[in-house]
Design a protein around this ligand. Structure first.
Ligand SMILES: Nc1ncnc2c1ncn2[C@@H]1O[C@H](COP(=O)(O)OP(=O)(O)O)[C@@H](O)[C@H]1O
Ligand SMILES: [Mg+2]
Length: 261
């Protein structure tokens, strides 16, 4: 029987990213190839400096590869100018950061409505959509609060509402639980998973939080700019599980390192 396989929403072919620092060249990513299917929750794990943010920035069109090809939602990002890339990003990507990056003088609702300023929607419609997005993250009762009057977990939920308000294909999160306590971290991981389940969003997250292994569909392990495969990936996963206090691999959706083709 022939299975219908959906086009991957993200396809990365032989991507390298090098930075020149003084006389040195830093190989932030070396010859990474992978593809992520539409509607998956993918986690990129690895120690600090392993190239996780570099990879995420390439996928979200914030940065460009030194060599190789990045194709997202059918668009070859290499082909776009800076301006085109900014427009593309506004339409297709919702970004979530470790430190929330909310505007301190704006209410939750105004923070969430911000990305809609780039659309032709009326102000009333922008605010209405912001309220819907805040409802989805369970903050319908915090519309007029300023960020500093909210807990860290609530601020991150406002940031998630801001990331989904434009209805992007792709949600990209860089260490979204990095600044949260255990309970709030679990709530954010579970909310990201819910966005995939309820709305079919593709979520790509970078983290070194071993708890994330229980929420993602696919875990990719990076080390020193390389994407680990096979036994190397299994070993990295096992080390994370030990760090998370699990002796054995969990079962269910998050189990199993996805074999790279
Ligand atoms: N703008 C930059 N200029 C020079 N080196 C950089 C730059 N951004 C990242 N790097 C280097 O690339 C490597 C990978 O960085 P990064 O992707 O931020 O890692 P991670 O997110 O896994 O901690 C590190 O050695 C880092 O110092
Ligand atoms: Mg990083």
């Amino acid at each position: 029987m022939q299975m219908r396989v959906a086009e991957p929403i993200i396809a990365i072919h032989h991507v390298s990213r090098r930075y020149v620092r003084g006389v040195d060249e830093v190989h932030a990513l070396e010859d990474v190839s992978l593809s992520i299917p539409q509607g998956h929750f993918a986690g990129f794990m690895g120690p600090s400096g392993s190239g996780k943010s570099t990879l995420l920035n390439l996928v979200s069109g914030i940065d460009r590869p030194t060599s190789g090809e990045v194709i997202v939602a059918g668009q070859r990002l290499n082909d776009l100018s800076e301006d085109e890339l900014a427009h593309w990003r506004a339409r297709h990507v919702g970004l979530i950061f470790q430190f929330f990056n909310l505007i301190p003088v704006l209410s939750s609702r105004d923070n969430v409505a911000l990305p809609l300023l780039l659309t032709h929607l009326s102000k009333a419609e922008r605010l209405r959509r912001a309220e819907v997005a805040l409802g989805i993250v369970d903050l319908g009762h915090r519309l007029h609060h300023l960020p500093r009057t909210l807990s860290g977990g609530e601020q991150q939920r406002v940031a998630i509402a801001r990331a989904i308000v434009t209805d992007p294909d792709l949600i990209v999160a860089d260490e979204p639980t990095g600044d949260l306590d255990a309970r709030n971290a679990e709530a954010i991981l579970s909310l990201l998973r819910q966005l995939k389940q309820d709305f079919g969003k593709t979520v790509v997250m970078v983290t070194h939080d071993p708890r994330a292994l229980r929420y993602v569909d696919d875990a990719y392990h990076l080390d020193k700019g390389l994407l680990l495969e096979g036994e190397d990936a299994e070993r990295a996963r096992a080390a994370l599980l030990v760090a998370a206090g699990h002796g054995a691999a969990p079962t269910g959706a998050a189990a199993g390192v996805r074999a790279q083709p």
